[in-house]
Design a binder for this molecule. Structure first.
Ligand code: ES4
Ligand code: ZN
Length: 325
């Protein structure tokens, strides 16, 4: 039997983590008080009780308004630093962290405040042994023009993030909506990843677009690929991995999708396990891996393979990977 301690002790990389999803009730309340933001709750217990959802829609309705408490550079730095300290406890050696600039610029926070705060946290984390890079995501339920505008805003800070992603509500927002901005980002040398969420109306078509038209290097979630052997063959051939989030899945679609993950893992696909929005789903990376291991009776070899895969598909030099393992 695989123990929690074994899982927690394994060196890991976390590759599917939304910084805005790491806002714990304690920090939310502290920043609300500091910045004089009315969040509608006065105690930790009340804030915790408001973290309540059973679908993507109900999740996003709690998630976006909460971000109001983030106002200055120090707030963004504190948010990321709290996560990075937690990551250290879970023996995360390396992480690539998503952030959503549009969720902040749309409410008047300057782009530079967001990126400088988050980036400062990565510098501090390095001193306690956690390496971190940033991935800038576009909100796919906003217009393609907004993504392009955000990309232009980001270019002066191009040395502070390594990749581009796509998140938020996938319904009626296919990868091809963002062809132009992803083509530009790719030409500029950024890594590319994107969410292909669980059980969408057009899951396979979106996965196909992401892989074959946009040229994504990873799929965030993406387990519906089990439905299409030719696409599985494609990701096998191109060494494209999946960043899966079992506990998040259990909230959003009431199924960890462990069966699909194991089927792919045993076909040699680089499956990884990640926490997505750990403060909201009350599950950090080791908790996700342990929940999966328990429910689907994973062997120790499976768990070790998943941890190895996280370095396998990380956007770092091969020499670095060996150092972490
Ligand atoms: C997200 Cl669970 C989920 N789905 C879509 N977009 C997101 N951003 C943060 N968490
Ligand atoms: Zn996600």
């Amino acid at each position: 039997k695989v123990t929690k301690e074994f899982i927690q002790g394994l060196p890991k990389a976390e590759l599917h983590l939304h910084l805005e999803g790491t806002l714990e009730p304690e920090l939310k309340l502290r920043l609300a008080q500091k910045n004089h933001i009315n969040i509608g709750q006065q105690t930790i217990e009340e804030v915790k009780a408001a973290y309540q959802f059973d679908s993507l829609t109900s999740f996003l309705q709690v998630y976006y308004p909460a971000m109001n408490v983030l106002q200055d550079k120090e707030d963004f730095c504190a948010l990321a630093l709290d996560y990075l300290k937690k990551a250290k406890e879970h023996n995360v050696k390396y992480t690539e962290m998503f952030f959503d600039p549009q969720a902040h610029t749309s409410r008047g926070v300057p782009f530079e405040t967001v990126i400088n705060g988050y980036y400062e946290a990565t510098l501090q984390a390095r001193k306690f042994g956690v390496e971190a890079n940033l991935i800038m995501c576009f909100l796919r339920d906003m217009p393609a023009e907004s993504a392009m505008e955000t990309y232009r805003q980001a270019l002066p800070y191009r040395d502070k993030f390594i990749g581009i992603g796509l998140d938020s509500d996938e319904r009626n927002n296919p990868p091809l909506k963002f062809t132009e901005v992803f083509a530009l980002a790719k030409k500029d040398g950024f890594h590319i990843t994107m969410h292909c969420d669980i059980d969408q109306e057009n899951s396979i078509e979106h996965i196909r677009q992401a892989l074959l038209e946009i040229g994504t290097e990873r799929l965030d979630h993406g387990t519906n690929i089990v439905e299409d052997p030719s696409l599985i063959a494609y990701i096998q051939e191109h060494n494209i991995g999946l960043t899966c989030c079992p506990v998040s899945n259990s909230f959003v679609v009431d199924d960890m999708k462990g069966k699909e993950m194991l089927e792919l893992l045993h076909q040699g696909i680089q499956i990884t396990v990640n926490s997505d929005d750990p403060a909201y789903f009350q599950s950090y990376i080791s908790d996700d891996l342990y929940a999966l291991a328990q429910k689907y009776e994973l062997s120790q070899d499976d768990v070790v393979q998943i941890a190895k895969n996280s370095f396998g598909i990380a956007w770092i030099l091969e020499d670095k990977k060996k150092e972490y393992l």
